[in-house]
Every structure is written in C-alpha cells, then in structure tokens.
Design a protein around this ligand. Sequence first.
Ligand SMILES: [Fe+2]
Ligand SMILES: [Fe+2]
Length: 280
Amino acid sequence: MFARISVKVCRKGNKGFRPAFSALGTGKTNWALSPSHIVNGPSRSLTTSQTSLNQEPRSESPASTHSGVSEEDLQMIQKFIRVDQAGETAAVWIYRGQMAILGRDPQLNSLLLDMKEQEKVHLNSFNKKIGRFNARPTVLQPISAIGGFALGVFTAMLGPKAAMACTEAVETSIGNHYNNQLRELVHLRGKLNSQPESAESSLADSESKAPQNPYLETRVNVSESDITQLMDDIKLFRDQELEHLDTAVENGAHSSVLYNTLSTSIQMGCKAAIYACERI
Ligand SMILES: [Fe+2]
Ligand SMILES: [Fe+2]
C-alpha cells in the first residue's frame, strides 16, 4: 500500500505544539489527558522489575517502506525529537546535580542513580533519532544541561523531600508532554493509513521533479513503521517517567514544605523550556 517516496526537509517554521499541563499542586497527576486508545493508558502499575533500568530501545534502523509524510509532518516529528533530546539531557543532569549533593546517602544515591540511568537510555535513543530523522538539536542544548544540573543541585540543597518534589514536578510535565506528542503521532499515522496509494505516487513524482539544493535541503524517507517505532519508544519512556513520579511521591515529595512553590515554578519552567527548545 505504501509507495516509496522522498520527502524534502526545509528547516523553517515550527507549528502545531499544544502543551497541556495538569495536576499543579494537586498531589495527583491527571492522566485523563491520555485516552487509552491513544497511549495504551498510563501504566501506573508498572514496576521497576517489569521495565529493566537498562532497557535499550530498539535500534534506529532505516525504514524499508515509505509513506506519504508531508514536509510539514516531518518538521513536526523533527521538532518533537529536538525538544525530547533537550528534555532528556536536562533530566540526566538534574539527577547528576541531585546526586552531587545527596549522593552520600546510600539509599538516596541508589534511587537517584536508577532514575538517572533510565534517563540516559532515553537520551541515547533521541540522540539516534536526531540522526535518523535528520533533525537539528536545539541551540539551547548546553543550557539544558547547565540548567538541569543547577536545578538538581538547588533542589537537593533544600533537602531530599524538595529534590523529590522537583522530580515529581518534572515528571508530571514530561508525562503530559509525551502524551501530547503521542496524540499528534496517532493522528499522523491515521492520516498515512487513509492515504490512497495514487496520492503517494503523485507526491513522489512531484518530489522527484523538484529542483534540489544540497546545501539547504536534505532528503529523508519516513515510513509508517518509523512513526510506530517512535510512538513505542515515547510510550515506554512516558511510562518510565511515571515510575519516577511515583518514586518521588513515595519518598516524600508531598511532605516538602516548599512543595507547592517548587511544583508550580518548576512546571512553569518546563513549559517555557519546551516552548523555547521546539523553536530554536
Ligand atoms: Fe526521561
Ligand atoms: Fe524521568
């Protein structure tokens, strides 16, 4: 059904992002934003033993079939990967910052180390996807690392419960963010499935006749299976972020005297960071 085509990539403009944030200061995450048919439901019952801490996402192999991904849709995917890479970079460095302060406590160190190792797996996956989808990293990538480390150190200096409040706020934001991306990808995959083959062929023909500028444009093939793989990885990472959220709550996030302040300010910061990293 899916005819082979090439899609031109022009790196300009980012549209279509609709961040949604919930559960500010409620102590509970409102996952009503994630309809089960889209995201298979948040797996709140998942345990660490069910998802290996060192679980590697599948390799980023080029697709064997190709479908009608428009230039605009491809730019959306590239935007997703750009912001996700920055977010996972920040996450790794938040835990590094917290471990620098709280790492002398063996129990806390083990907890933070486990979460950091999972964030590294997430980051490695998006590093590969940057290449696979020919996306550019955000120019804010170094700031993600520095800002993440500073946030980790700052919240850890306020105490273990404040560090956990930070984790809960960040993971709430990231969980919602990944669910938003999954909704867009479900929509995109449905669009591809409904595309008649003749339309794809027509697009392929027009693309093949278009003038090529090797300095400004890069051809990349995107298939339905690429999108499915991206969705599977985001689902897995989303579920692991929710495990981190649960861990933070179980370890006193809500008992921090600064819980409301930290939760509100950090989630606002995440929202601003997502907005910026998608665009520059
Ligand atoms: Fe992550
Ligand atoms: Fe996480």
